[in-house]
Design a protein around this ligand. Structure first.
Ligand code: PLP
Length: 717
C-alpha cells in the first residue's frame, strides 16, 4: 500500500483552520483591517466584529455574565487566572488576614497549570504549598482527597477534559467537594470546547481558559472566562484594550477566525453530535483491535471525550507505532504535543498508576468534531494495514512467516542496553546474547514467527546488573524450536568449543572485567572473525572517549587479547550503548587510547543542499534507514533526480558496514528516515567507525521537498 494523502488524527495537539475561519481571518487582514480602538468607520467595523464574537462566545459557553477576554491562547489564560487568584491571596495577607495555605491542581493537568502555580507562587513570594490532587486508575480526581484538602486551599485547578486520555472530569463531583472551601476554582476547558456541553455560568467556576487552535481557529488566539466578582489582575497592561484587563491591539485575524468557528458551532450543522463522534470512535476502536489484537485502551470510553483514544500495544513501543502510523500517512502522537519531543513516559498515565510499559508506549489518536465520516473509514483501512505490516514483520504474534527477511546481526536496544540476535538464514539457527526482561516476548516472537531454532541464550557476564532471562526465553519457545543442551552459568553448552550456526560459528573469549566470568563471544564467517560481542568490557571507552586511558587495565588487556584474536577492523559490539554508537573497532579503541579525539559531526543536509549536490554530480547513494514494517506501508518520496538508493534499516545497519567499508570511498551516503533523528544518529555512529562520507537528511521525509505536495491534508472533506 502506498498512501499519499495525509490523515490528521492529532486534533488534541492542534487542528487545521476551517475554510470559513481562514476566510474570516483573511478578511480581517484585507478589506476589514481596522483597529477596534479607532473611532472612524474602519475601527467601528472591527469593534463590531470583536463585540459580535464575544457575544457569540457567551452564548456558546453559557456565560451570560462575567468577563470573556480575548488573549493569545490557553497558556496565557492560565497565567492570568493564576496570577489573579494569587494576587488576591497576597493582598489579603498584606491586609493581615490569614489565608489558605494550599494551591491544588489535578495530577493529570496540562503542564501549563503546575508551572504557572509554581512560577507565580514564587514571584509573588507567597510560598504556599503546591499539591497535586491524585487521580484514580480511571483518570478522575480523587474526590475524597479533594474534600479533605479543599478547606485549606486558596486555588483549585482542574480540567474539563484531559488532553492525553480524553478523560472527562466529574465537574459536579468537584463542585460538591469544594462546597466548604474558600478556594477559587479554575477549570481548564481547552479540550472540552466543541465536544462537551458547557454552561459555565451554572457552576461556581471562577476561571476557564480556552484555546482557538484546538478547535479549527489559528494559533495565537484564545479566551479567558472570569466569573463576575472573581478577582482579576491584568497580566499585560498598556493601551487599555479589553477593558484594560488585557492590553495590546487585538489579534483581529485570530478573533475573526474564532468568531467564524463559534458561529458554526452555534449553528450546529458542521460539528457532529456526541453520538456521531462516539460512533466514529467505535469504528476506530474496532479497527485498532483488528490491527493489534492485544491492544489495551488507557481510558474508559464511557468516561472520555468521544474524540480521543489512548492505547498501548504490548511488546510494541510507541516509537514503533508512531513510525508505523506515520509511514501510513496517519498523524498521531505519543502524548501531549508539548511532551512529544522528550521521550519520557506520560505523566498523565503515570498519575493514573498504569504499569510502566503502558505509560512508556502509549499512543494518542484524536480527531476533531468536524471530521467527516469518510476520513474515519479511510483511517480504519490504513490502521488495519498497519497491523498487517507488524504481523508480516513478526513484530506482533502472528502465524509463522518463514519468509520474513532475516539479517545476520539484529540489534534490539532498550534504554541504552543492547541485546543481539545472531541468525543464520541457511541453517535457520540463531543465538541470543544478553536479552533483557522486557525483550523476552518480542525475541521469542522473532524466533517463533520465523521458525528458527534457538541454539543458545548467552550472557556476557553474570554481574549483578545483568538480569538473566534465559529461562523465561526458553519457556516462551516451543520445544521443537529449542536446541536444548546442558549449559553453564552464562548459557554456553557445556564442553562445546563452538556453537555452529550454519556457515558461521560462535567461539568465546574469557575477558574478566565487570565480573570474573565475563566473556566475549566471537562470530566467525567463512572469511574469519567478523564481530565480537564484548558485553560491558569496553563500556567507558565505547560511551564517549573522555576517560583517562589508564583507568582500565582490564580494558587494555582485553584489547591486547582481541588484537591477537581478531582483525583491527572487526566490529566490537557492546551491551551498553546509551548513545547509540552501534559498534566500535580495535582501530578506533587504540586510536582513542593514544589520543582521544572527538569525531567530526556528520553533515545534516537540507533537502535543497542534497539536491544541489546531486545536481553538481557528486556520487550520492540515498539510504533509507527506516524499518521494513515502515517500507511496507509506503515508499519514500522520489527526489526527482536519478540517484542510487538502498534500504538498510537501522536495526540491521551493522550488517551493511563491511560492504560500505569495502565500497567506493568517493561515494557519500545520505541516510534518511521519517524525522531525521534516527538517520542523524546512525550517520554519527558510521563516521565514528571511519565511514566519513556519511551524512543525513535534515528533517527526514517530513521535510522532503515533494512531501508537502504529495500529502494532501484532508481533515475535512
Ligand atoms: N490546556 C490543555 C488541556 C491543552 O491541551 C493545551 C494545549 O495543548 C493547553 C492548555 C495550552 O494551550 P495553548 O496552546 O493555547 O497555550
Amino acid at each position: 500500500m502506498t498512501c499519499t494523502m495525509e490523515i490528521y488524527l492529532d486534533a488534541n495537539a492542534t487542528t487545521p483552520v476551517l475554510p470559513e475561519a481562514r476566510a474570516a481571518a483573511l478578511a480581517a487582514m484585507s478589506a476589514d483591517y481596522g483597529n477596534p480602538s479607532s473611532t472612524h468607520s474602519a475601527g467601528l467595523k472591527a469593534r463590531a466584529l470583536v463585540d459580535e464574537t464575544r457575544a457569540c462566545a457567551r452564548r456558546v459557553l453559557g456565560a451570560p455574565t462575567g468577563e470573556l477576554l480575548f488573549l493569545s491562547g490557553a497558556t496565557e489564560g492560565i497565567q492570568m487566572a493564576v496570577l489573579s487568584a494569587l494576587t488576591a491571596l497576597r493582598q489579603r495577607r498584606e491586609r493581615g488576614e490569614s489565608i489558605p495555605q494550599l494551591l491544588l491542581f489535578g495530577a493529570t493537568e496540562h503542564k501549563a497549570v503546575p508551572e504557572a502555580l509554581r512560577h507565580w507562587n514564587l514571584l509573588l513570594s507567597l510560598n504556599l504549598q503546591v499539591l497535586s490532587i491524585p487521580v484514580g486508575a480511571d483518570g478522575r480526581h480523587d474526590l475524597g482527597w479533594l474534600r479533605q484538602h479543599a478547606p485549606r486551599a486558596g486555588l483549585v485547578c482542574t480540567m474539563a477534559a484531559n488532553n492525553e486520555t480524553g478523560v472527562v472530569s466529574d465537574l459536579a463531583g468537584i463542585q460538591a467537594a469544594l462546597e466548604a472551601s474558600p478556594a477559587l476554582w479554575m477549570v481548564d476547558s481547552v479540550q472540552a470546547l466543541g465536544k462537551l456541553p458547557l454552561s459555565l455560568g451554572q457552576r461556581p467556576i471562577d476561571y476557564a481558559p480556552f484555546s482557538g487552535h484546538k478547535l479549527y481557529a489559528p494559533k495565537g488566539v484564545g479566551l479567558l472566562y472570569v466569573r463576575e466578582g472573581a478577582p482579576i489582575t491584568p497580566l499585560i497592561t498598556g493601551g487599555g484594550q479589553e477593558g484594560a484587563l488585557r492590553s495590546g491591539t487585538e489579534n483581529m485575524p485570530g478573533i475573526a477566525a474564532l468568531g467564524a468557528v463559534l458561529k458554526l458551532l452555534e449553528a450546529g450543522n458542521l460539528f457532529k453530535a456526541a453520538g456521531v463522534l462516539a460512533s466514529h470512535r467505535e469504528r476506530l476502536t474496532v479497527a485498532l483491535r483488528d490491527a493489534f489484537p492485544k491492544i489495551v485502551f488507557n481510558a474508559d470510553p464511557a468516561l472520555s471525550l468521544p474524540t480521543t483514544l489512548n492505547f498501548s500495544v504490548p511488546g510494541v513501543s510507541s516509537q514503533v507505532l508512531l513510525n508505523l502510523f506515520d509511514a501510513a500517512q496517519i498523524r498521531v502522537s505519543s502524548g501531549s504535543a508539548c511532551g512529544a519531543a522528550r521521550a519520557q513516559p506520560s505523566h498523565v498515565l503515570e498519575a493514573m498508576g498504569l504499569p510502566a510499559w503502558r505509560c512508556a508506549s502509549a499512543v494518542r489518536l484524536s480527531f476533531g468534531p468536524a471530521t467527516p465520516s469518510g476520513l474515519i473509514d479511510e483511517a480504519c483501512e490504513r490502521i488495519r494495514e498497519c497491523g498487517a505490516s507488524l504481523r508480516d514483520n513478526c513484530l506482533v504474534p502472528s502465524i509463522q512467516r518463514p519468509t520474513a527477511a532475516v539479517e545476520r546481526i539484529n540489534r534490539h536496544a532498550v534504554g541504552g542496553l543492547v541485546c543481539y540476535l545472531v541468525a543464520d538464514p541457511s541453517s535457520r539457527r540463531c543465538v541470543i546474547i544478553d536479552p533483557l526482561p522486557d525483550q523476552v516476548e518480542p525475541l521469542a516472537q522473532w524466533v517463533r514467527c520465523r521458525n528458527y531454532v534457538l541454539a543458545a541464550v548467552l550472557q556476557t557476564s553474570s554481574h549483578r546488573s545483568v538480569v538473566s532471562c534465559a529461562a523465561a526465553l526458553w519457556k516462551s519457545i516451543p520445544a521443537v524450536l529449542a536446541d536444548t543442551a546442558e549449559v553453564d552459568s552464562l548459557g554456553w553448552p557445556r564442553g562445546a568449543a563452538e556453537i555452529a550456526l550454519g556457515g558461521q560459528r560462535l567461539t568465546r573469549l574469557h575477558s574478566p572485567g565487570s565480573s570474573r566470568d565475563a566473556t566475549a563471544y566471537l562470530l566467525h564467517d567463512a572469511q574469519g572473525p567478523c564481530a565480537v560481542f564484548v558485553g560491558d568490557a569496553l563500556t567507558p571507552r565505547v560511551r564517549g572517549g573522555d576517560v583517562d586511558p589508564g583507568d582500565s587495565p582490564q580494558r587494555a588487556a582485553l584489547l591486547r587479547q582481541l588484537q591477537a584474536a581478531v582483525g583491527d577492523g572487526t566490529l566490537l559490539l557492546s551491551r551498553h550503548d546509551p548513545d547509540d554508537l552501534y559498534a566500535s573497532t580495535l582501530n578506533h579503541e587504540m586510536a582513542q587510547l593514544m589520543s582521544p579525539a572527538p569525531v567530526a559531526e556528520p553533515a545534516a543536509l537540507s533537502p535543497g543542499e542534497l539536491l544541489a549536490r546531486i545536481a553538481r554530480g557528486d556520487k550520492i547513494v540515498l539510504v533509507d534507514v527506516r524499518e521494513p514494517y515502515e517500507y511496507r506501508l509506503g515508499s519514500a518520496p522520489q527526489p526527482g533526480l536519478a540517484v542510487a538508493r538502498e534500504a538498510v534499516p537501522v536495526s540491521s545497519i551493522l550488517n551493511a558496514i563491511p560492504h560500505w567499508r569495502a565500497g567506493d570511498p568517493d561515494t557519500t551516503r545520505v541516510l534518511f528516515c521519517r524525522s531525521g533523528s534516527r538517520s542523524a544518529q546512525a550517520a554519527r555512529a558510521l563516521r565514528r567507525l571511519g565511514l566519513e562520507r556519511t551524512a543525513s537528511l535534515a528533517g527526514g521525509i517530513a521535510l522532503w521537498p515533494d512531501a508537502g505536495h504529495a500529502a494532501r491534508r484532508i481533515d475535512r472533506a
